[in-house]
Design a protein around this ligand. Structure first.
Ligand SMILES: [Zn+2]
Length: 251
């Protein structure tokens, strides 16, 4: 288990639903923003079936949840939030979704992307990973590599002024698994305040005891009090990245 001190210059987080980032990676996002990173969120759905109240329509729920998600992003210093508005509960890893994610990657040009783990099906003995989480994870991974970096794939995006871009690190969230831990001791309070912005999901439930328990378990053996864990895939080394940036600067 290693404690990561890495801070990207620009990072994108791609998830299925409002509140997925706050449960999974908002402590890391807050730490990266404090370290100077620019961060963008991409929400595949707006959680439109996630408010089970009599008379609540999908359109009303989506509107409520986008307001909550935008506030949760702002709580950790993120002001660029993209809503793709795919149907909640029916998210598909389609070529169309891959194109939309490639568009956002080519627009924002992140060095690192945080996404969900598409391989997680079972979580302990008491939870089945949501199909939208699996679809969002697969679509994100497939957009990151190799699609976003291939100029002749989704080449129609060039008409929007978007050029191919290769993110170089992928941080995959797998609940409490993963060999890289990010210390969120200094940002767990920000994570909790972001999570509490999702009032429609909390319904009086206080997330603090569970979140502290989960993130303290994730920190076991690292020396940190609280951590979030990831599988980290490095597609381009620090050396090659520095060289590529130098080449871009030289024009
Ligand atoms: Zn979710």
């Amino acid at each position: 288990m290693s404690l990561s001190s890495y801070v990207p210059e620009r990072a994108m987080v791609i998830v299925a639903h409002p509140d997925d980032i706050e449960f999974g990676s908002a402590g890391t996002v807050a730490a990266w923003v404090k370290g100077g990173a620019e961060v963008c969120y991409v929400l595949c759905t707006s959680g439109d079936v996630g408010i089970a109240e009599a008379g609540m329509t999908k359109a009303q729920a989506a509107a409520i949840r986008e307001v909550e998600q935008t506030a949760a992003a702002a709580a950790v210093g993120v002001n660029d939030v993209v809503y793709l508005r795919e149907p909640d509960g029916m998210l598909e890893n389609s070529i169309d979704l891959r194109r939309k994610l490639v568009r956002e990657i080519r627009r924002f040009r992140p060095e690192a992307v945080i996404c969900m783990d598409p391989t997680v099906m079972w979580v302990g003995d008491g939870y089945i990973n949501h199909p939208d989480h699996r679809a969002a994870g697969t679509a994100a991974v497939d957009a990151i590599f190799p699609a976003a970096g291939q100029p002749n794939l989704f080449e129609e995006l060039a008409t929007e002024g978007l050029r191919a871009h290769k993110p170089r690190k992928v941080f995959v969230t797998s609940f409490r698994q993963g060999e890289v831990a990010v210390d969120i001791t200094d940002t767990i309070d920000l994570k909790l305040s972001a999570l509490r912005k999702h009032e429609s999901q909390m319904k009086g439930w206080d997330p603090e005891p569970r979140v502290r328990e989960w993130n303290s378990m994730a920190a076991a053996g690292t020396g940190a009090a609280y951590a979030e864990r990831f599988r980290v895939v490095t597609l381009e080394s620090d050396e090659d990245w520095a060289k590529r940036k130098g080449d871009v600067a030289k024009g």
